[in-house]
Structure formats: structure tokens, C-alpha cells
Design a protein around this ligand. Structure first.
Ligand SMILES: [Zn+2]
Length: 79
């Protein structure tokens, strides 16, 4: 699970970008922390660079295939 110290650093978003699932090797639209829907492992990804397909914990049949979902989006522009 993603952890953080200061609640001022993050805020809840209902943007649909957080619902999109990516396959291993696919390049995400947004930079940030991505979480595997099967095993829960997390990776840091840059926009337009492929999400990992190797070095991933082996899934049990119940965990299904590897699919990445945006957990925490990084934001370039200051607010
Ligand atoms: Zn996984």
C-alpha cells in the first residue's frame, strides 16, 4: 500500500485516469505510482515509458493477469 506522511501532499481525485487499466509494456498517459490489480505491488512510472512486464512477482491463478492502475498521480505544475 502506498504510504505518505503529510496529507497536504495528496488529495482525492475522481478523475477517470485513475480507473484506466494498462497491460505490462503499455505506456501510461500520466506519470505516477502504479499498482498491480492482481498482487498489489507498486511501481513508479513515467508518462510515455512502458510499464514493467518483467521482474514482477509471479501471480497465482486467483490473482489473474498483471494489470496496472494509477494509484497516485505526479503533478508537474505547482498549485
Ligand atoms: Zn502483480
Amino acid at each position: 500500500m502506498t504510504r505518505f506522511r503529510r496529507s497536504n501532499d495528496i488529495e482525492v481525485s475522481i478523475s477517470p485516469e485513475f480507473d484506466k487499466e494498462y497491460n505490462p509494456g503499455e505506456a501510461p498517459d500520466h506519470p505516477g505510482i502504479y499498482r498491480c490489480g492482481g498482487c498489489g505491488c507498486e511501481v513508479v512510472a513515467e508518462a510515455s515509458k512502458p510499464l514493467p512486464s518483467e521482474n514482477h512477482p509471479r501471480h497465482s491463478p486467483a490473482q489473474g493477469r498483471v494489470r496496472w492502475r494509477l494509484a497516485v498521480a505526479a503533478q508537474k505544475e505547482p498549485h
